[in-house]
Design a protein around this ligand. Structure first.
Ligand code: WT7
Length: 650
């Protein structure tokens, strides 16, 4: 029996090399890896040079495990790097954002206009009494003011804590209090699924108890009725009358830029905090390298909400530092129709699209007719983030969205890592469907066993980062012990990411999901990701989620929940289930044969698209379903349980 911590079961031999034309024009060439290997610190120093510093650092890295300082003693302002420098260098007329509201309203905002808005907002923050070192909670829909609010905080040196607008009042107040925020920036509401939703009532509810919030700044987005109290200030009333000048102060490279809470499913959320110089260095470098950004000609669209780290690093800081022109969309992919996002790609001639596997699989499920109705030929590069992307979804993305011409970058990283860590370089790497391929230049990631030995090609284990990187988290806000315990206690001096991974026979990295999700079937450690990928590779399956359920014989047995592709006859029942089981056996082997396959219409997901396997385990083990308050759709567990009458077992 294999000794691997996670077994290597699926194999994939398709590879896709960049075309000669793409490779020739790419920002980053093969030599970059050797350059970084030869002098990792010097490599990152050269990337920091790209930023505008008001005072140069004297030491690149001060590393007192597990606490790092990058570009020590350097001084800079994040918002100046995102905005002023473009205006100073003559790029003020370039469009920063093409905003598309869900109801169809649009705004085009140039860098000069964005800077003016940020300066006025910064002046308003100062008038309200916000100072460098304060914390500000931001609870907003996906509208330009969300980015303006973040940049205005950065400009005055207040750390922002963006709380995703889909979170509850309870989630909001726990984050407000954990960070001891003194201001909340919100909106009356936003648009989602064809209707206005409210945000302000959740803020009012959150603030009904104990806290140190002095004011609430409210952007008028929908015009709906809102309750009002003395601490509330309309954004337009205070921001619009501010002077258009604002001289930004320089802050230390290690000045906190933001806190972002990871949505822990059970434990108290962790306030991951990031600082300025190192974070901006890696966010901007990776954005140029991985997305091959050509700021004069590309139209870049990252579909993430600013409430997630992806929205911080690849909507706000990375792209703006690089002078990108972006699309920002407020709403949902199926409003008013399932082709909405493809329509936006066609309308703005988007060239670079960065999205999540959950959306890609949703598009697959809806069917090719929606993307096929629109002209997607402007696209030249596609990205994926957030979860392992199954080979089947990767191929669909490549063929149907990318017209077989666009390189795909599957980017692995975390809220904690701040920026992309493992990814192909689009002009260099021959990609394999489903693999994030290899650590970026300057990054050291390894796959190891329990004693921190590298597992070697063809084996699976734990993914670790054994050298500090510029955009690494600086800690858990207010909880240094928790920081050490969570990330640095499994291995001495080594960051453990919590993910399983395997190296294939060529040494390419395959992410296998959280190690907590690994199943143990008759002593074989099988990754949920691999069984899910095998299921999704069956032509009738659009999405799959797999869990290990207690089993008297095998310890755990594999239970799969599948969603069928749009238009497929749902009455095939037994025959289809048997076919799916046989398919998994063919793809992976008999050890991975699911004990049970349940056909469902929905899967329980968080609002960031991560499957809540804990809840599916409850169903698989016939227990009452646990806390499901962080689900995007709270009703989905009922739908799943109701549909289970058709479940089969053998
Ligand atoms: C976890 C981090 C990074 C921004 C969005 C998520 C999973 C993320 C990939 C990928 C396989 C991935 C990991 C990771 N993950 N990207 N390309 N392939 N898994 O940020 O909420 O902090 O989640 O998402 O499990 O640890 P996050």
């Amino acid at each position: 029996m294999s000794q691997d911590q996670v077994e290597n079961l699926l194999s994939e031999d398709r590879t896709f090399s960049p075309t000669a034309e793409f490779a020739a024009q790419a920002n980053i060439k093969e030599a970059e890896y050797a350059l970084a290997d030869a002098d990792r610190i010097g490599f990152w120093e050269s990337k920091a040079e790209y930023l505008k510093w008001d005072k140069r650092w004297h030491t690149v890295l001060d590393w007192q495990v597990p606490f790092s300082k990058w570009f020590v003693d350097g001084k800079l302002n994040a918002s100046v790097n995102c905005l002023d420098r473009h205006i100073d260098e003559g790029r003020g007329d370039r469009v920063a954002f093409y905003f598309e509201g869900e109801p169809g309203d649009t705004r085009t905002i140039t860098y000069a206009e964005l800077l003016k808005d940020v300066k006025k907002a910064a002046n308003a923050l100062t008038e309200i009494g916000i100072k460098a070192g304060d914390r500000v909670a931001i609870y907003m829909p996906m509208i330009p003011e969300a980015a303006v609010a973040m940049l205005a905080c950065a400009r005055v040196g207040a750390a922002h804590s963006v709380v995703f607008g889909g979170f509850s009042a309870e989630a909001l107040i726990s984050r407000i209090n954990d960070a001891d925020a003194r201001l909340v920036i919100t909106a009356d509401g936003g648009y989602r699924k064809g209707a206005a939703f409210a945000l302000k009532p959740a803020v009012d509810e959150a603030l009904s108890g104990e806290h140190n919030v002095k004011n609430v700044l409210v952007v008028k987005r929908t015009g709906q009725e809102v309750a009002w109290s003395d601490r509330d200030i309309w954004w337009h009333e205070i921001v619009d009358r501010q002077p258009e000048e604002h001289i930004a102060e320089s802050f230390d490279s290690e000045h906190p830029l933001f806190i972002l809470y990871t949505s822990g499913t059970t434990a108290k959320p962790k306030g991951i905090f990031h600082t300025t110089g190192g974070y901006l260095t890696q966010a901007s470098y990776t954005h140029r390298a991985v997305f091959d950004l050509k700021p004069e000609s590309d139209i870049y669209w990252c579909t993430a909400d600013v409430g997630w780290i992806t929205g911080h690093s690849y909507v706000v800081y990375g792209p703006l530092i690089n002078g990108a022109t972006q699309v920002m969309y407020e709403g949902t992919p199926d409003t008013p129709h399932k082709g909405r996002m493809f329509e936006i790609i066609e309308k703005y001639k988007v060239t670079i699209l960065y999205t999540a596997p959950t959306l890609i699989r949703t598009w697959m499920k809806w069917g090719d007719e929606f993307p096929n109705k629109f002209n997607l030929k402007s696209l030249r590069l596609l990205g994926s983030v957030g979860e392992p992307i199954n080979p089947e979804a990767w191929m669909w993305y490549r063929e149907v969205i990318g017209g077989n011409r666009c390189p795909i970058v599957d980017t692995w990283w975390q809220t904690e890592t701040g920026a992309i860590m493992i990814s192909p370089l689009p002009g260099v790497t021959a990609t394999k469907p489903g693999s994030a391929m290899r650590p970026l230049p300057g990054i050291s990631a390894k796959v190891v066993d329990d004693s921190a030995h590298e597992v070697g090609k063809g084996h699976g284990g734990y993914l670790i980062l054994d050298k500090p990187w510029p955009s690494m988290l600086r800690g858990v806000w207010g909880e240094p012990e928790r920081y050490k315990e969570t990330y640095w206690s499994k291995y001495e001096g080594i960051y453990f990411a919590g993910d399983g991974a395997k190296l294939d026979s060529d040494g390419a990295y395959w992410l296998l999901g959280r190690v907590d999700d690994v199943m143990n079937v008759s002593g074989h450690r099988i990754s949920t990701t691999e069984v899910e990928s095998a299921l999704v590779s069956h032509e009738e399956v659009a999405e799959a989620a797999v869990v290990g359920a207690n089993d008297a014989t095998t310890g755990q047995a594999i239970v799969a929940f599948v969603i069928l592709r749009g238009g497929i006859d749902h009455t095939k029942g037994e025959a289809l289930i048997s076919a799916l089981k046989a398919h998994v056996v063919k793809e992976i082997g008999a050890i991975a044969r699911p004990r049970q396959i349940l056909v469902v219409n929905e899967l329980p997901k968080t609002r960031s698209g991560k499957i809540m396997r804990r809840l599916l385990r409850d169903v698989a083990e016939n227990r009452a379903v646990g806390d499901s308050t962080t689900l995007a759709d709270p009703n989905v567990m009922n739908l799943i349980k109701d549909g289970l009458a058709t479940a089969t077992e053998d």
